[in-house]
Design a protein around this ligand. Structure first.
Ligand SMILES: [Zn+2]
Length: 230
């Protein structure tokens, strides 16, 4: 009787320990599946509106400069990304450049992109081409960057889904921002200022918002939608 009682007590102890272990394991598994990748629970994206200051970038036939449009779309993109739970840093928040010379301006952008805690970079631009029939958005990644290619694909896929046409693949390229960025980076050309239909779209706030939303969705999809869990 006494031995039986001790055996039962021991068995109960083993069962309790086993249950506690199981609960701990399940809790660990559960938290692995639901905790966002970043330690602070938020991923940080640098959004870079291209050009600024005396460097207006590409110009449309009727004189609309790329720099201003880049800033407008970039600010919308910031809002969309924040809505998805990302932390966002803009490289510039007004029409001014970051430094007096182009070289110093680009170096300043590089230090913002490469500061600690940045998880990804999106540079926003408007395109221009000699053939005025060419139109539509494009997404560039640094040649040879596997992660860049994945991010650019996710972004251009979301843009294509949002605007319908033209359908494009991500393009490899070699531009300062995507080459010099340590975090995964994409350069989005929102459309062509050399194409009159694109100029109409790119200056339309409704279309700018569609683009910003699609870019944000692409970024979120690249990062596995982690910020959508809570
Ligand atoms: Zn540009």
């Amino acid at each position: 009787m006494r031995l039986d009682g001790e055996c039962r007590r021991m068995l109960n102890k083993v069962r309790t320990l086993g249950a506690a272990l199981l609960v701990t394991l399940l809790a660990a598994l559960f938290s692995v599946e639901t905790t966002p990748a970043a330690a602070d629970g938020k991923l940080t994206i640098v959004v870079d509106p291209g050009h600024g200051g005396t460097d207006g970038g590409a110009v449309s036939a009727d004189g609309i400069q790329e720099a201003g449009l880049n800033l407008t779309v970039a600010k919308m993109l910031k809002q969309e990304l924040e809505g998805l739970g990302f932390e966002v840093i803009l490289t510039r928040e007004d029409e001014n450049s970051l430094a007096a010379t182009k070289k110093a301006d680009m170096a300043a952008r590089r230090s913002i992109m490469n500061q600690a805690g940045v998880d990804g970079v999106v540079s926003v631009h408007m395109n221009k081409f000699t053939d005025c029939a060419v139109h539509g958005p494009m997404a560039f990644y640094m040649e040879g960057s596997e992660e860049g290619a994945k991010l650019a694909k996710a972004v251009i896929d979301c843009i294509t889904a949002a605007i319908g046409a033209p359908e494009r693949l991500a393009n490899p390229g070699d531009y300062y921002v995507i080459r010099e960025s340590d975090p995964v980076a994409v350069l989005v050309e929102c459309g062509f200022l050399s194409n009159s239909d694109d100029v109409r779209l790119l200056t339309d706030p409704a279309h700018q918002k569609i683009l910003a939303k699609a870019i944000a969705q692409g970024v979120n999809s690249y990062f596995g939608g982690v910020n959508m869990l809570d």
